[in-house]
Design a protein around this ligand. Sequence first.
Ligand code: GDD
Ligand code: MG
Length: 381
Amino acid sequence: MTEAILLVGGQGTRLRPLTSHIPKPLLPVAGVPFLTHQLARAAAAGVTRIVFATSYLAELFEDEFGDGSRLGLELEYVVEETALGTGGAIRNATERLRSAPGEPVLVFNGDILSGVDLAALRDGHRASGADVTLHLKRVADPRAFGLVPTDAEGRVQAFLEKPQTPEEITTDQINAGCYVFTRSVLDRIPAGRVVSVERETFPELLASGAHVRGVVDDAYWLDLGTPAAFVQGSADLVRGEVASPALPGPVGDALVLPGAHVHPSAVLSGGTVVATGAVVGEGAVVEGSVLLAGAEIAARASVHRSVVGRRARVGEGCVLDSVVIGDAARVAEGNELPPGLRIACGAHLPAHGVRTSASPVPCAAQGIAHSGVPHASSAAH
Ligand code: GDD
Ligand code: MG
């Protein structure tokens, strides 16, 4: 048996308003809740049992995946009443593991779309006798990640989470959010308090002389933490840039789910997803975008690299580029929305009604009925 712990307790703040009432790992990506792709890949790699470490909107995970039998997995859920941080969450979930002290346990962040070879990572860990193996990626801008320099043998030399100054950026290798721990190492993380695996556990393991290995590969990898990454990941799955056993249709330029209505003259491209009940009107153009269930794109609107929330409506002739429209929001005809704009759930934007403010406007949880307020916000992607 191979067991795993999945970290899914984060609030997904950078993806608001999409994550105001759906946790980030459950947002539909390429037609299914994002985690479905990751779980299917884990099952294909021989993982049999996964403990979910949940906190924010915890009950929604069990509602979606149940006991896991649909995916050929055994799933368990642990809930943190107050978030314990990544390390605290791992320690808490460790209580439910059945692996023996010397066995490898996979631990992964719940917001990563990755083509990493999980079986090879686990087998390499076992063969090396390491305490922990970290999957690493090379990225152009490592500032939003954990820096992980290694020596010629792949031994991790340091771990620096979210470097602040240019002097701190000594490598382009980052923590890819997927680890193999020897079970007994997990048992040594302090219980019952907030712990950051990145800021506390990894640096302490290095200081104590533990064998911490880093494995760099060229596989597909994306952290779906921002709206831009979210639409990119969905489009890449639809176009087959990264394989997923959970893709609910053939690889292609667009994925139109059953019960969606696309006018024959509309043009869909770039890995667009049109979810159940969504409507795309005459002459509309939708490129590299995610239209959630019941979204409506009116005639001749043009939507690029954007997310349109559930039951939201984009009026005739609107032009959207890199925009997030919250659930049930309405954008009146003729609006041209600038990149980075987010429209709150339930907001109504009248014709030529873009008004910007400094911070994103959150959705009211579930109650997406606040109407008539033309509030929009600009926020960096
Ligand atoms: N259960 C639980 N409790 N889960 C948590 C908690 C918590 O208190 N805090 C965060 N998580 C989960 C999130 O849901 C996510 O799946 C994962 O832990 C990582 O949290 P993020 O908030 O997404 O962190 P990040 O993206 O800024 O940085 C992390 O990932 C990078 C790779 O994408 C770090 O691990 C970096 O070192 C890494 O480079
Ligand atoms: Mg993340």
